[in-house]
Design a protein around this ligand. Structure first.
Ligand SMILES: NC(=O)c1ccc[n+]([C@@H]2O[C@H](COP(=O)([O-])OP(=O)(O)OC[C@H]3O[C@@H](n4cnc5c(N)ncnc54)[C@H](OP(=O)(O)O)[C@@H]3O)[C@@H](O)[C@H]2O)c1
Length: 335
């Protein structure tokens, strides 16, 4: 295909909170297709906390994005040219094609999306990586039982918003922790969490958790780490299960955190904390997506998207998500 492509590259490695000047919008030639590849036009791209780690030289479990390289990330887009009989023009696909308008990719790296199941943007949220993270992290690691109390931090974001709703589907009490009163209203009034609190306005986390979890905490789904997690860990029950999903409170920091240490608490409560990466469940994605789609169709899972328009605004969207300004999933509409 003729024409120019637009891409957002990493221009500088950020210190602390990323700035828009750490990114640059460039024009580049349209990618050329090799056999077995398709050309995809991005319709939505996802901005996610893990990208902050990928901007560091050695800061992530995965390869760093090089300076001058296109920012990494998941997108959903439309096939506009195909060199593979398995995909046709106008098919909708999801894949890790980065912050760019067009990308060439081998068919085998893409997931075909059925646009009649749900809006295609959900393949980056409830029917995509964040939904699967919530599903496997909560159900496989924490194994919540009816009547148990489940606490989730980062509760109004992409992963957390789904965790609390699955906890409710499993007949647990769901308590969410998030950073604004509006977010607490969202998770309780729209999503059906039992309760929650704003960790930026509540002073005494311990007293608040005691009030909201009078029978203690059986399951903790940790998206944030830091002081919020210290407070939750102090109130876990015997045989509690903790899924360590994310530690976003540290992502912009270069120093090593030395908060209260929780191993004694794990020991005396005979509790289990387990870290996980959603990719370890790749061979069960189909199962997860089938169940999430069913719950979505039945109206048992609700979601909210926070959409910014324009590829050029992807850095802004990414920064606002790290600043906690998103409610639900932060996306960028490109096409
Ligand atoms: N293990 C895995 O495979 C996996 C996969 C996906 C995501 N994750 C992790 O899951 C977590 C949530 O990801 P997401 O995509 O759902 O993002 P998200 O919750 O939609 O957005 C990030 C949220 O983090 C909160 N936050 C920012 N700085 C914070 C701080 N200093 N302390 C506490 N909260 C802070 C903000 O909400 P507030 O207003 O509430 O502060 C912000 O809205 C992240 O830690 C991410 O790395 C892990």
């Amino acid at each position: 295909m003729e024409g120019v492509n637009h891409q957002i590259i990493l221009a500088a490695r950020p210190a602390g909170m990323p700035k828009e000047s750490d990114f640059e919008l460039i024009e580049s030639p349209m990618p050329r297709l090799r056999p077995g590849e398709v050309l995809v036009r991005t319709l939505y791209l996802s901005v996610d906390p893990y990208m902050r780690g990928r901007m560091r030289q050695n800061g992530s479990y995965a390869r760093a994005v090089e300076l001058g390289e296109v920012m990494v990330g998941g997108i959903v887009g439309q096939v506009v040219e195909s060199n593979d009989p398995r995909l046709e023009c106008s098919d909708v696909v999801e894949g890790m094609l980065g912050w760019q308008e067009y990308a060439a990719a081998p068919t085998k790296t893409l997931r075909r999306i059925n646009a009649s199941t749900a809006p295609i943007s959900t393949s980056l949220y409830v029917l995509g990586m964040p939904g699967l993270t919530a599903y496997f992290g909560l159900l496989d690691i924490c194994r919540p039982q009816p009547g148990e109390t489940v606490v989730v931090s980062g509760a109004a974001g992409a992963v957390g918003s789904i965790v609390g709703q699955i906890a409710k589907i499993k007949r647990c009490r769901a308590i969410g922790i998030a950073g604004t009163d509006e977010k607490i209203q969202f998770i309780t009034e729209e999503l059906g969490f039992d309760s929650g609190f704003n960790y930026k306005s509540v002073q005494d986390y311990h007293a608040k958790l005691k009030e909201l979890c009078p029978t203690g905490i059986d399951v903790y789904f940790d998206n944030v780490g830091g002081q919020v997690t210290d407070a939750v860990m102090a109130q876990i029950n015997t045989r509690a299960r903790i899924a360590v999903c994310g530690q976003i409170s540290h992502y912009n920091s270069d120093s090593i955190d030395s908060g209260p240490r929780c191993f004694s608490q794990l020991l005396t409560k005979q509790a289990k904390a387990e870290g996980f990466l959603v990719f370890q469940y790749a061979d069960r994605y189909e199962e997860g997506l089938r169940q999430l789609s069913t719950w979505l169709r039945e109206g048992r899972l609700k979601y909210r998207e926070d959409i910014m328009e324009g590829l050029e605004n992807a850095p802004k969207a990414f920064i606002r998500m790290l600043q906690g300004k998103n409610i639900g999933k932060q996306l960028v509409k490109v096409g």
